[in-house]
Ligand binder design. Structure first.
Ligand code: SF4
Length: 321
C-alpha cells in the first residue's frame, strides 16, 4: 500500500472525485508513522491518529499494483514529475531504495524525494538510484523554534544540507515553512544562502492542523508571506541583492529598488506561485479553495496580480521599494 495525495489520485484516475485544480506532479507518501515528532505534522509518533493528512491535503491509501497501472499513463494526464515524500523510517533509506526502483521501472518522469537522510552518503545513494532531486527539509528557519518544534539542531541540519549541495550540485532542494517563529530577516537571509549554494527552496505557509500541538497557532499574515515570496523571487532571479534589503526590527521594509522597477519585476505574478522542483504546483496544499491563496498553483489572473501587488506594497514603507 502507498498513500497518494487526493489530487494526484483524482488526476491519475485512482479516484473519481472532481478537484478544483489538478497537480502537475504526482505526490506519494511512504510510511505510516514518522520517527520524528514535528509539532506541526500529523505524522509524528506522538500525534493523534490523523495519518491520512499532510498539509491541508488528504492522502488515501492504495495498493501499489493499482498505482503502478495508472502511473504508466501519468504523462498523458498532464503529470510532469513524481514526488515521493517519506516519513522517517526505522530502516533508514532501505525501503525507500526499493520503492524508487519500482517507480523507475515504470516511468521516466523525473523523481523528487523528500525524506529524512542521515548523511551525505545517503543523498548520493538516492541520486545513484535514479532520484532527480533530494530534499533535505529544514522546515523551521529559526534555531530555537527548530529545537522546540522539530527537536535537534538547525545548524546540524544546515551543515548536512550545504554538504549535500556541494557534493551534488543542482540536485538538492529543501522545504521552509513560514510562520513558525522566524523573523522576515531570518528567513530571507537563509533563502539568500540557499540561492548562493544552488539549493532550490519550496516555501510553505504554516497551516494549523487539528490533532497537532500547533493546532491553535495562527497562519502567517498574508502581507508578510508576500514580502518573503517577493524577496525570494528577486534573489533567485538575481534581480536584487540581499545587502540592499532593509529591515525594521527584522521586518522587511524595502528591497532597495525603485518602485517602478519592482512593479515591473513582479508584474507577471510568478513570485507568488508555488516554488520548489520544476512542475511542482501543490494545488491547495496551503489553502482552502475560495480562501487566501498563499501559493498560486497556476498563473495569476489580472485581478490576482493586482491584489498580490497591493498586499505587498502597502507594507513597504520606503520610497525606494
Ligand atoms: S518541491 Fe515539490 S516536488 Fe520537490 S520535493 Fe518538495 S513537494 Fe516534492
Amino acid at each position: 500500500m502507498i498513500r497518494v495525495s487526493a489530487g494526484s489520485a483524482a488526476c491519475l484516475g485512482l479516484a473519481t472525485n472532481k478537484m478544483d485544480a489538478y497537480p502537475t506532479t504526482a505526490y506519494f507518501l511512504s510510511g505510516n508513522r514518522c520517527l520524528m515528532n514535528c509539532a506541526f505534522c500529523p505524522q509524528g509518533v506522538g500525534q493523534n491518529e490523523v495519518l491520512n493528512r499532510l498539509g491541508r491535503v488528504t492522502w488515501p491509501e492504495y495498493p501499489w499494483p493499482e498505482v503502478e497501472k495508472t502511473l504508466v499513463q501519468a504523462e498523458k494526464k498532464g503529470i510532469r514529475r513524481v514526488c515521493l515524500q517519506s516519513v522517517r523510517h526505522e530502516d533508514g533509506i532501505e525501503s525507500l531504495l526499493k520503492l524508487i526502483a519500482r517507480v523507475k521501472a515504470i516511468t521516466t518522469l523525473p523523481l523528487s524525494l523528500s525524506a529524512w537522510i542521515r548523511d551525505e552518503q545517503e543523498a548520493e545513494e538516492l541520486i545513484d538510484a535514479g532520484v532527480d532531486r533530494v530534499s533535505v527539509s529544514l522546515d523551521v528557519a529559526n534555531p530555537s523554534a527548530y529545537r522546540e518544534i522539530k527537536g535537534g539542531s538547525l545548524q546540524q541540519r544546515l551543515n548536512l544540507l550545504f554538504g549535500c549541495a556541494r557534493n551534488l550540485p543542482g540536485r538538492i532542494s529543501t522545504h521552509i515553512i513560514c510562520g513558525l517563529g522566524e523573523s522576515e530577516a531570518e528567513v530571507l537571509s537563509l533563502l539568500n544562502r540557499l540561492v548562493e549554494a544552488g539549493v532550490t527552496a519550496a516555501l510553505f505557509a504554516f497551516i494549523p492542523l487539528k490533532g497537532t500541538p500547533l493546532e491553535h497557532r495562527e497562519p502567517p499574515a498574508v502581507d508578510s508571506y508576500r514580502r518573503i515570496q517577493a524577496g525570494y523571487y528577486l534573489l533567485r532571479e538575481k534581480a536584487a541583492d540581499f545587502s540592499s534589503f532593509a529591515f525594521d526590527k527584522e521586518r522587511l521594509i524595502s528591497f532597495g529598488l525603485p518602485s517602478n522597477d519592482l512593479k515591473q519585476l513582479l508584474a507577471d505574478g510568478t513570485a507568488f506561485q508555488t516554488t520548489g522542483c520544476a512542475h511542482c504546483n501543490r494545488p491547495f496544499y496551503n489553502e482552502r479553495p475560495g480562501g487566501i491563496i498563499y501559493n498560486y498553483h497556476r498563473e495569476l489572473n489580472e485581478e490576482e496580480k493586482e491584489a498580490s501587488w497591493s498586499e505587498l506594497v502597502q507594507s513597504l514603507t520606503e520610497k525606494r521599494f
